[in-house]
Design a protein around this ligand. Structure first.
Ligand code: SF4
Length: 410
């Protein structure tokens, strides 16, 4: 989800262990939810044959994947537990790091399985402590993740797709269009690498995860659910510390409602009336507000969890107090909270600007008067282009690519 990186959402709990023309054309592909292996978009230098990935699997699946391998080699059953511990507890990037296993066994594991290495292309550090990574995937695609430290939390914002097909008008990622789905392992690898960095450089653990980076998580549902189960069951992150953010893909919301884990849900709303939302977010055509809110009411009746709404405020576009009152009516009866996010200007919409402080305050006050809890989120990492898709754009521009070249590739 391509909103400004902001201070985040969610509570705590321990788990049981055990755009324009081109983006609009691509929108249909996301609705079809192409698989991670058959994205329907060009991949640069994808490996001819990828070994089975252990990283994106929750513990039971990983154990099952390893059982046959160790059995064939006559190895004791505890070897699988050792691999599991190295993967989840120590965040091993390679089998070579698993030094409690015999060397020959490590070499054999490396020929059979993959731990999904991620290459760092760029690391950008903001004055406010926000750290943004641009990762290079094994086929040359690039995705971003952001570490957002506050006094009480260290939040990691993850990407779930390379690019995005949904073409929200205010989003740099949407401007690039869709490249491909991320595999569960590639989503989890962002966490593994970020956790290593956070421990080494900040001396802190990641406390919260938000799926608000590049892509729409619920358009990559199977792989995202695989990653959620792995982060929760394998890496031990509380489900209530993991927030899935969506523009409102109704089938995915209903699937999350059916799942047993109480993952948090955030919805990018940005407008409370059909015409305006359609103008900002093409997804409104497929899942209009009444359908979206019916799904949210179902979700809340199953989960009994507060729903967060993200609302980016664009000067003179969606920041009238009357719209705040309409938003209050729309959310009536739901337990919810509205995060108000000052718009972060992007090159593809030079005519849009951030709402003035006075307009933001008026909008916030109109919500409060109607009893809707809300907060204005302080933008984070502005000096490093921390909003989704912007580092990728900046990286390509600084590498000498002109806007026209970037457009042509997107
Ligand atoms: S275009 Fe995609 S990544 Fe950007 S806000 Fe919309 S759904 Fe999120």
């Amino acid at each position: 989800m391509g909103s400004e990186q902001d201070e985040t959402i969610s509570g705590g709990e321990r788990p049981d262990r055990g755009a324009d023309e081109a983006p609009e054309r691509r929108t249909a592909e996301a609705f079809g939810q192409p698989s991670a292996e058959a994205p329907g978009q060009p991949s640069v230098g994808a490996p001819a044959e990828r070994r089975p990935e252990l990283l994106g699997q929750p513990p039971n699946d990983m154990r099952a994947a390893l059982a046959g391998f160790f059995e064939r080699r006559g190895e004791p059953a505890f070897r699988a537990a050792q691999v599991e511990e190295w993967t989840f507890e120590h965040g091993a990037r390679s089998f070579d790091e698993m030094t409690s296993l015999p060397l020959e066994l490590r070499e054999a594991l490396a020929t059979e399985f993959s731990l999904t290495p991620l290459e760092t292309e760029t690391v950008a550090r903001a004055r406010d402590g926000t750290i943004k990574h641009l990762w290079r995937l094994d086929d040359g695609q690039r995705v971003e993740s952001v570490l957002i430290p506050t006094r009480d939390r260290l939040t990691l914002c993850l990407s779930s797709q390379a690019g995005c097909a949904l073409a929200c008008r205010f989003c740099a990622t949407g401007y690039f269009g869709f490249r491909r789905q991320l595999r569960s392992a590639e989503i989890v690898a962002q966490y593994r690498e970020s956790r290593r960095m956070a421990r080494a450089e900040l001396g802190r653990s990641i406390s919260n995860i938000v799926y608000m980076g590049m892509g729409e998580p619920l358009a990559n549902l199977d792989e995202v659910i695989g990653s959620l189960r792995t982060l929760h069951g394998g890496f031990g992150l509380g489900a209530r510390r993991i927030t899935v953010s969506t523009v409102g893909l109704v089938p995915g919301i209903l699937e999350l409602a059916r799942r047993p884990e109480p993952f948090e849900l955030a919805v990018s709303l940005h407008a409370p009336v059909h015409e305006l939302r359609l103008e900002l977010m093409p997804i409104e055509k497929r899942y209009p507000l009444p359908d979206l809110f019916a799904a949210l009411r179902t979700y809340q009746s199953h989960k009994n969890r507060r729903i967060s709404f993200e609302y980016t405020l664009i000067h003179g576009v969606n920041d009238e107090p009357e719209l705040a009152r309409t938003l209050a009516d729309l959310t009536y009866g739901l337990t919810c909270f509205v995060n108000l996010i000052p718009f972060n200007p992007i090159p593809s919409r030079p005519e849009w600007r951030t709402s003035s402080r006075a307009r933001i305050e008026r909008f916030s006050a109109a919500l409060s008067e109607r009893g809707v809890g809300n907060a204005v989120r302080r933008p984070r990492g502005r000096d490093i282009a921390a909003a989704c898709g912007q580092l990728r754009l900046a990286s390509r521009q600084s590498s000498g690519q002109s806007r026209r070249e970037i457009d042509a590739q997107s």
